[in-house]
Design a protein around this ligand. Structure first.
Ligand SMILES: NC(=O)C1=CN([C@@H]2O[C@H](COP(=O)(O)OP(=O)(O)OC[C@H]3O[C@@H](n4cnc5c(N)ncnc54)[C@H](OP(=O)(O)O)[C@@H]3O)[C@@H](O)[C@H]2O)C=CC1
Ligand SMILES: CC(=O)N[C@@H](CCC(=O)OP(=O)(O)O)C(=O)O
Length: 313
C-alpha cells in the first residue's frame, strides 16, 4: 500500500533534505505544497488531514499550530521541532534509545524527533545510566559543536551571504551562555538524569556535522568504573545497530565533519585509564541522524518497512 506523506515546511533546511531522501521511494506518495501555498492555512489544513503520515519541519509554534489543525489521531505525525520532545502522549523518536524502543515508534501516532545535540548526548549517556555506571544524580557537562546548517535557512544565509564582507569572520562561536538552551528538558529527561547537564554548544564555519562530547571523572564516581567498562557498556547497547556504531579504538583526532553527509552516528570512549578520566564523543550530521535521517528512520518504522531504507550509512 502506498502511504500518503505530507511534508509541512518542505522549503526549509530539514524539510528539503527529507524530501530529497523520499523523492525516489515508491512506498510513499508525497504532498509538497507549491511556494504560493506553503504558508496558506487552508491548503496546509487540507494536506495535513488528507495524509496518512505528516512530517512537520517547522519552527516550534508553527508545529504546535499544525498539530492543532489535525482533526483525527488516524493522521500520524513526526514532528522535527522541539515542541513535543517531553510532551505527554508523544513517543520520543530515537529508535536506539532503549532495547525495544523501535517497536514503540512503529506503533505510535505521535512521534517527536530528537534534537540534534540530544541525539549525541543521549546515545553516550543513557546506556551508562541504564547500566548503573553513571548515577542518575551525577552532575554532567556536555560540550558540543555544530555545523552552521544547524541554525536552519537563516543561519546558512548569514554564514554564506556573498554581499556581507564579514560573512566569513566567524570560525567558532560559543552560544547559549545563559544556560537555558531549548534542548535542556530532553537532555535531562531522556537520559534519566535528576539534573540537567551544563550544556555548552558552539557553532563553527563548516556547513554540516556535529561533535558532542561528555567529559567524565570516572575515578570520582561511585564504584570507579574503568574506561573499558564504559566502552563495553556502549558496545553492548548498540551491538547489531547499523546506524549507531561504537569504535573500540581511540583515534588521534576526531573531526566535526567525520559523519557529515551520512545518517549514521559514531561513538567513542576515549581517555586516560591511569588517571581515570574519560572523554565520551559522538559524531553525527545535524541534518542526518540529527534531523532528516532520524525522521526517515522513524517514517520507515511507522510504515512497517526496513528501518534503514533510504538512509546513507
Ligand atoms: N537544521 C537542523 O540541523 C535541525 C533542525 N531541527 C528542527 O527542524 C525544524 C525546522 O528547522 P530548519 O529546517 O532548520 O529551519 P528552516 O528555517 O530552514 O525551515 C523552516 C521552514 O518552515 C517554514 N515555516 C515557518 N513558519 C511556517 C508556517 N506557519 N507554515 C508553513 N511553513 C512555515 C519556513 O518558511 P520561511 O523561511 O518562509 O519562514 C521554512 O521554510 C525546527 O523546529 C528545528 O528545531 C531539528 C534538528 C536539526
Ligand atoms: C547551530 C544551532 O543554532 N543549532 C540549533 C539546534 C538545531 C535546532 O534548532 O534544531 P533541534 O532543536 O530540532 O535540534 C540551536 O542551538 O538552537
Amino acid at each position: 500500500m502506498t502511504l500518503r506523506v505530507f511534508i509541512d515546511g518542505a522549503a526549509g533546511t530539514t524539510g528539503l533534505e527529507i524530501h530529497q531522501r523520499l523523492a525516489s521511494r515508491r512506498e510513499f506518495a508525497l504532498t509538497i505544497l507549491p511556494e504560493r501555498e506553503r504558508k496558506d492555512v487552508d491548503a496546509r489544513s487540507a494536506a495535513l488531514n488528507d495524509a496518512d503520515i505528516v512530517i512537520l519541519c517547522l519552527p516550534d509554534d508553527a508545529a504546535r499550530d499544525a498539530v492543532a489543525m489535525i482533526e483525527t489521531a488516524a493522521v500520524r505525525v513526526i514532528d522535527a521541532s522541539s515542541a513535543h520532545r517531553v510532551a505527554a502522549g508523544w513517543t520520543y523518536g530515537f529508535a536506539e534509545l532503549d532495547p525495544g524502543h523501535d517497536a514503540a515508534i512503529a506503533s505510535a501516532s505521535r512521534v517527536s524527533n530528537p534534537g540534534c545535540y540530544p541525539t549525541g548526548f543521549l546515545a553516550l549517556v543513557r546506556p551508562l545510566v541504564r547500566a548503573g555506571l553513571v548515577p542518575s544524580d551525577w552532575l554532567l557537562t556536555v560540550n558540543a559543536t555544530s555545523g552552521y546548517s544547524g541554525g536552519g535557512n537563516a543561519m546558512i544565509a548569514a554564514f554564506e551571504d556573498p554581499s556581507d564582507p564579514h560573512a566569513d569572520a566567524t570560525a567558532h562561536r560559543a552560544y547559549a551562555l545563559d544556560l537555558a538552551h531549548k534542548h535542556l528538558p530532553e537532555l535531562r529527561a531522556h537520559a534519566g538524569l535528576d539534573h540537567a547537564p551544563i550544556f555548552q554548544p558552539s557553532v563553527v564555519r563548516t556547513r554540516r556535522g556535529m561533535l558532542v562530547e561528555v567529559p567524565l571523572h570516572l575515578h570520582a564516581m561511585p564504584g570507579g568504573p574503568t574506561l573499558d567498562a564504559v566502552r563495553d557498556a556502549l558496545a553492548d547497547a548498540y551491538r547489531g545497530s547499523e546506524v549507531v556504531r561504537v569504535r573500540s579504538d581511540s583515534p588521534g583526532a576526531i573531526r566535526v565533519e567525520d559523519d557529515a553527509g551520512t545518517d549514521r552516528m559514531t561513538l567513542y570512549a576515549c581517555g586516560n585509564p591511569e588517571s581515570g578520566q574519560a572523554r565520551l564523543i559522538a559524531t553525527l550530521d545535524n541534518l542526518g541522524k540529527g534531523a532528516s535521517g532520524a525522521a526517515v528512520q522513524n517514517l520507515n518504522l511507522m510504515a512497517g518497512l526496513e528501518p534503514t531504507a533510504g538512509l546513507t550509512l
